[in-house]
Design a binder for this molecule. Structure first.
Ligand code: ADP
Length: 485
């Protein structure tokens, strides 16, 4: 089966968050299930640079108003198509915003073009040796790719013949891609697409909404989040549509790339280790303390690796820092995002020299060293579709302390008395993102940490968890087959 996976990010070429890890891992996760996955990405400068001198396999005189061509390359050995449209993607800055952090004003066009291209490609626009190369299914990720199902539904390549089924995966309901109604005439869609069953949403263009309405199936990245988005608190306005889509909506948990995230073979670590040799983690802890300029002691070293946003509960983290230090804890934090949160973190670090240290920026290798040397990772998210950092924490024996929501609820077993007695605990969960709940969870974590034997058991249980792509690869393959049968 040939599947076209469409997204705006994929590791190792372009990444702003967990979406990229997942899109980058899917081809390998599906390969063993008889699925040949080709990834389609926008031709950002970093992507074009990475693929070097690539072959052009298709060209559009005008794709949503701009010239474009399709380049063929490889991503980690798997087939890659790159949409090279310099008018849309050849820019400095981030994938969605300029260097000042302002969203690009033409994001509707940049990502509708991606969806239009995907629909054309899947329908057979690309010709190899005189024959159209069609795909059996399109798998679109998040709002940036979610127009693909709308084009497949309302304006398929070559007309109605051989309609290609599609899936949209929601990696985060908070990002929906909404634009004013004035862009609609420029999308190349028929009038009937401007409806409650099409791309219209609150009087404008709703790109994620369009995908949710038009795709044959909708998935999100954990079973709990799939339930949560049926409510107003998590559905962010789209809960009614999610409920209406009924059984077409399901949750498939993200896996982790165990090739990249394996503490026994991690080249970034001072001392690689496995569950049987947990004492080797101490060398990594010492290295991390030195790297962050933290005092050296035997107390718990907490870590945070995150986007600094409200979603991630960083405001509540700031509130509990004095309590964390009062418990004898230290914190090493790596993150970037909201500048007010960055500033407040710097102030907290200045208040607690040697106990709290902050690194602002994005640093993949450092994030590995932190998981390999920290004792516990804090993830106090208000909502979390799946979350990857707690999965990396589990794999590295860096015990996750998480809010009980979304994928965090699905992947961590709270160290309550019953779970401890049964010997199955893998972390600490707490309910509600506010001071009392988070502070109590920290107190509980430090109590567990101080009982060394119990702590080691939790670490070992965590490292035994299998969050590889094995089960989820199978689940996606089953869904693809059901939709193409
Ligand atoms: P989200 O996608 O909402 O940001 P996830 O937990 O699903 O959250 O994925 C975040 C990914 O980005 C993880 O791979 C995490 O390690 C990585 N990450 C986040 N912030 C940083 C940072 N400042 N430096 C390095 N890696 C980071």
């Amino acid at each position: 089966m040939k599947v076209l996976s469409v997204a705006s990010e994929a590791v190792p070429l372009v990444k702003t968050g967990g979406l990229a890890d997942v899109v980058g891992a899917l081809p390998a996760a599906l390969a063993g299930h008889g699925v040949e996955m080709t990834t389609l990405l926008p031709g950002y400068p970093s992507v074009l640079k990475a693929i070097g001198r690539a072959r052009s396999v298709h060209a559009w005189d005008l794709l949503l108003g701009v010239p474009a061509r399709l380049l063929s390359g490889k991503i980690d050995g798997y087939p890659l198509l790159v949409l090279d449209a310099p008018a849309l993607y050849a820019r400095d800055g981030a994938p969605y915003a300029d260097v000042a952090g302002q969203d690009w004003g033409d994001n509707w066009q940049r990502f509708s073009a991606l969806g239009r291209a995907a629909a054309d490609i899947a329908g057979g626009a690309m010709v190899a040796r005189g024959k159209p190369r069609r795909f059996d299914l399109v798998h679109a990720h998040d709002w940036q790719a979610a127009m693909a199902p709308a084009y497949l539904h309302f304006a398929p390549f070559g007309g109605e013949a051989g309609r290609v089924p599609s899936i949209v995966t929601i990696h985060n309901m908070a990002f929906q891609g909404w634009f004013g109604a004035e862009v609609f005439p420029r999308l190349g869609l028929p009038r009937e697409a401007w409806s409650i069953d099409g791309v219209e949403y609150h009087g404008g263009l709703g790109m994620l909404k369009a995908g949710l309405a038009c795709a044959d199936a909708v998935t999100t990245v954990s079973p709990t989040y799939a339930r949560e988005i049926r409510s107003a608190a998590f559905g962010m306005g789209l809960e009614g549509l999610i409920v209406a889509r009924g059984r077409a909506v399901s949750g498939i948990l993200n896996g982790i790339d165990t090739g990249l995230w394996d503490p026994s073979r991690d080249p970034t670590l001072a001392a690689p280790y496995e569950a049987k040799k947990l004492e080797r983690r101490t060398a990594n802890k010492r290295a991390l303390e030195a790297e962050f300029g933290l005092e050296i002691d035997e107390g718990p070293l907490f870590i945070v690796v995150t986007r600094l946003t409200w979603q991630k509960g960083m405001d509540v983290l700031l509130e509990v820092l004095d309590h964390l230090v009062g418990l004898g804890g230290r914190l090493a934090l790596l993150g970037s995002g909201d500048s007010a949160i960055e500033q407040a973190l710097h102030q907290a670090a200045a208040r607690h020299p040697g106990r709290i240290a902050v690194r602002i920026g994005y640093d993949e290798a450092l994030s590995h060293r932190m998981q390999g040397g920290g004792d516990a990772i804090l993830v106090p998210s208000r909502f979390e579709p799946c979350g990857l950092t707690q999965l990396y924490g589990l794999a590295y024996g860096c015990v996750p302390v998480v809010a009980r929501t979304g994928g965090l609820a699905d992947t961590v077993i709270d160290a309550n008395p019953a779970a401890l007695a049964a010997g199955v605990a893998t972390g600490v969960q707490f309910d509600g993102i506010h001071y009392d709940a988070f502070a109590a969870a920290l107190t509980r974590t430090v109590d567990l940490y101080n009982r060394a034997e119990q702590w080691r058991t939790i670490q070992k249980n965590a490292m035994k968890c299998d969050f590889s792509w094995k089960a989820s690869g199978q689940a996606y393959a089953d869904l693809y087959r059901a939709l193409t049968a």
